[in-house]
Design a protein around this ligand. Structure first.
Ligand SMILES: [Zn+2]
Ligand SMILES: [Zn+2]
Length: 247
């Protein structure tokens, strides 16, 4: 029962971009969280110039979704984030947890508080917050080191579409010699757009831990993912700025 749930291809982690309606890439540089409206915007829409009704390019340092100008100071950005935390925005709560973990942006370092906030963000639907919990258990930050618990949260993140968590689970299985389970995890991660996992399926094939058919399937699955996230606007953004790379 547990395995059945664990090895199911999860839905896209971030859904569709609210502006272009194309699937948001899983690569971290392929999307950006806006503290003004709490939206995840794709790199293509973030980069696209904004025009006024006369066709003149306006200052594009504005949120492409709600048109709020970008914050001009760290203080202003933190103030906005606090407002989003008040309306129970999961990603904002996660970001606040990171401030507590690192003791930055005017917050004292407090691992216990960070952990509590990770849990809240995860419960409110932000799968990335599970990785924060994993790292707390792996490093003993605010809790005793507990690899079993860390593994449990990697599984929860993976089931919600987090490819990095899935990749971690695959490596653990591979290290334990459980090639079949490792391959299953890698294949799902590839479907989530995880290119490192695709490379590892290839090396598993070279080492005869996977078949040619497995590798072909992985390639097809990655092509399918690319088909869902590719857009000319995103390509343009990547060509202009490497920091907008989305796959
Ligand atoms: Zn978009
Ligand atoms: Zn906005």
């Amino acid at each position: 029962m547990h395995d059945e749930k664990l090895f199911k291809q999860p839905p896209p982690q971030y859904g569709d971009c609210p502006i272009c309606f194309i699937r948001i890439p899983s690569l971290v540089t392929g999307h950006r969280y806006m503290t003004c409206c709490g939206k995840e915007i794709c790199s293509g829409c973030e980069y696209a110039p904004v025009y006024d009704h006369q066709g003149n390019q306006v200052d594009n340092k504005k949120c492409p979704f709600c048109r709020t100008p970008d914050p001009t100071s760290v203080e202003e950005a933190v103030k906005r984030l606090k407002k989003r935390v008040e309306v129970r925005d999961a990603i904002a709560i996660y970001n606040l947890a990171v401030f507590y973990r690192d003791g930055t942006c005017g917050y004292p370092q407090d691992y216990t508080k960070a952990l509590e906030l990770y849990h809240r963000a995860a419960e409110l639907g932000y799968s990335g917050a599970y990785l924060g919990i994993c790292s707390a258990y792996n490093n003993g930050q605010g809790v005793e080191v507990d690899k079993k618990k860390a593994n449990h949260y990697y599984e929860l993140a993976a089931m919600r579409g987090d490819a990095a968590a899935r990749y971690n689970l695959a490596l653990d299985e591979g290290n334990a010699g459980n090639w079949e389970r490792a391959l299953k995890h890698f294949m799902i991660a590839v479907g989530c757009g995880h290119v490192k996992s695709l490379k590892l399926v290839k090396s598993m094939y070279s080492d005869r831990h996977a078949t040619k058919d497995d590798y072909t399937k992985a390639l097809q699955s990655y092509q399918k993912y690319l088909g869902e996230i590719k857009s000319s606007q995103r390509d343009e953004a990547t060509t202009a700025h490497e920091q907008h790379r989305y796959y």
